[in-house]
Ligand binder design. Structure first.
Ligand code: SF4
Length: 321
């Protein structure tokens, strides 16, 4: 018996998508990966082949109800987002579901680990969405196996070819997401390989993230602020549109007029160079004391890249944020 209330959730605030109504088109936790940082814990049901999970009409009915409820409460919805407790492209009906949802007039997003993108039918389904995010955590085979712990059926080179092919044909907005894990995939060499690969994709927006909730592997630690800043600068040097995604959804868009809040919001997305911080303080009629205070309160970190000082929001885990 299906609990229909679990097929959708939200709308929830999303830094990338605004107000996002989540669609849970995969039962927990069916996935093709078992990432060491997965916030859902270890994969219970490892799958490599697509299959039917729910009837597309049931998903549509549930989404329609949620939209009606949200409208009744005056809550806006910017995206309908396939972001289940598993890998959304394992659902063989994903394309059909997107087609059924399109007439509702709300943009559709899919957040995928990209493991099945070498299959033409998966690419065709994803092409129907307006926004697609693909996971690229590693380029080296051993690191990929270590961080994503894929189903043994997958081949990394085929996945890369699928991503490249998809980026050429997809007409919507393509995003990539790279989760940086301390001492696993956060060395400059691997980050450089990831950047070179992403630089070859057509118009991708890249998000650099770290685990912000308790991960599947208790030993897993997020990359530190210095590494994250270095990764950001390296992405920028290759002219890649990059942003941090480090777990502050709430006020990331807001310019509150509260200088502290604004500085923390900005530096959670983009590290600020010292000159930019000075400029910002001047506009707000403030001085450097506020920065020193934020550093003393352990909310802001000063770090260096190529002899320039950068300021980045201190990373915290959700449970102690
Ligand atoms: S792909 Fe996503 S759902 Fe699957 S194990 Fe990795 S983080 Fe978890």
């Amino acid at each position: 018996m299906i609990n229909h209330d679990l097929l959708t959730f939200g709308p929830v605030p999303s830094r990338r998508l605004g107000h996002s109504l989540g669609i849970n088109n995969i039962p927990p936790k069916v996935c093709s990966y078992s990432c060491i940082y997965c916030q859902l814990g270890r994969t219970l049901d490892m799958q490599a082949e697509r299959k039917v999970f729910y009837k597309p009409e049931e998903i549509l009915k549930n989404v329609e109800k949620k939209i009606k409820d949200a409208k009744g409460k005056g809550e806006p919805i910017d995206y309908l987002t396939f972001v289940p407790d598993g890998e959304p492209t394992l659902d063989i009906n994903l394309g059909k579901e997107i087609e059924l949802l399109k007439p509702l007039g709300i943009r559709i997003a899919v957040i995928s680990n990209a493991s099945l993108i070498w299959q033409e039918d998966v690419r065709d389904d994803l092409c129907k969405a307006d926004w697609v995010s693909l996971k690229i955590d590693a380029i080296s085979e051993d690191i990929w196996r270590g961080v994503n712990r894929p189903h043994k059926f997958f081949q990394l080179d085929k996945i890369f070819r699928g991503i490249i092919e998809f980026s050429r044909t997809f007409k919507g907005k393509l995003a990539t997401e790279t989760m940086l894990i301390k001492d696993i995939n956060d060395n400059t060499e691997e980050i450089g390989k990831i950047i070179n690969f992403i630089a070859g994709l057509k118009d991708a927006k890249s998000y650099i993230s770290i685990p912000t909730r308790p991960p599947a592997g208790k030993w897993v630690k997020p990359a530190n602020e210095h590494t994250i800043n270095t990764a950001y600068q390296l992405f920028k040097e290759k002219s890649i549109d990059a942003e941090h995604l480090i777990g502050y959804e709430g006020n990331a868009f807001a310019f509150t007029g509260n200088i502290k809040q604004d500085l923390l919001s900005i530096t959670s997305v983009h590290p600020m160079r010292k000159e930019a911080v000075n400029e910002f303080l001047k506009k707000a009629n403030e001085n450097w004391t506020i920065i020193e205070k934020l550093i003393a309160e352990n909310k802001l970190i000063e770090t260096e890249y190529k002899d320039n000082k950068f300021y980045i929001r201190k990373l915290t885990r959700a449970e102690d944020a």
